[in-house]
Design a protein around this ligand. Sequence first.
Ligand SMILES: [Zn+2]
Length: 360
Amino acid sequence: MPTCIEWLEERIQECARTEDQGYRDCCDWWPCNWACSAWVWVTNIVCVAWTWVTTVVCVAWDFVTTIVNAVLVTVESILGWVFSVLGFIIELIEMIPVIGTLIRWIINFITFLIFTVLSLFDALLGLLGIRPEKILRVCTVILRDEDGNPVATRAFAKAMLQLAADIYKRDANVRIVPLGPFKYSSGFFGADTVDDNWVIIDGANSDNTILEVPCNASGTAAEWWLGGTLFQWKASTLCYYGAWRRVLGYGAPVTCFIIRDVTGSLGCALWITDYATIKGEFTLPPTSPRTLGHEVGHASNLWHLCVDLDNRNLMATQKGIPVISACDPTPSVTLPDRSNPRMDNAQVLLVRASKHVTYF
Ligand SMILES: [Zn+2]
């Protein structure tokens, strides 16, 4: 069932709850109680009517984007390889240590500004309750160690991808799709089912330059040196199809590298880069099934939230953000629920405004 219609039922129930609350809050002397009841009755009708109007707009929008998407995906499937030659050449320059990283960060920041401004109108509609389906492309790569062994199982990556696909669709009406040609999508269907084709196992071996990268200042320094060069090289070659989008920024795929160890953490994403790293494992379920969705969240404008506010939140951590929403006491004693994540409304708006999240 289209998510727009699933939300219709949810929001009409919300109108009813607001109505009950309104009657409870009414005064008990006449004519106050009469005027109050009339007011509650009218606002409920307006609430239900508005919900219907926004749902019709949402479904119509999904209908139009399904058709336009079908045409554009077909064109891109044929021409994307050619566009990406140019993208690849620019990405080769972006692989040069220091200067290439500087160019990449500047381009990424400019395209972030442009596409965030362009999505303001869509964000406004989202605030009004009109939230048609958008797409987020991911390219997931499992690295191989020095001996040629993959650092995680395909099943591990698939479990994380499926959880991310399910919650982005459910909470934000964002469809996560694997990067590649002929990936048609439509708001009239539920989240995609992740299969083996979503996960690429790198053909080459790697060493500690990219197999073990900490999520701190020294990890950021690596992004400016050989680490950045190697991650960019692998994204450009293994996820070549997305090169032109990565350079242009519009619908840029997020590359998720499964590496051996994110020293001291389970995953890392620097927001300004188009890639994230995730610590690989061999057992199921993953220690933290939400990690891939969490890191893609960072790449798509989300930052941490203190676990005390909502331990199930996708971005909940024990530290929160210093000053803005730091946990009190720091670090919090509550543990985040990493198996059952969700996003709040503000996060949905931020994710949908990301340049990685687009209609086409
Ligand atoms: Zn994080």
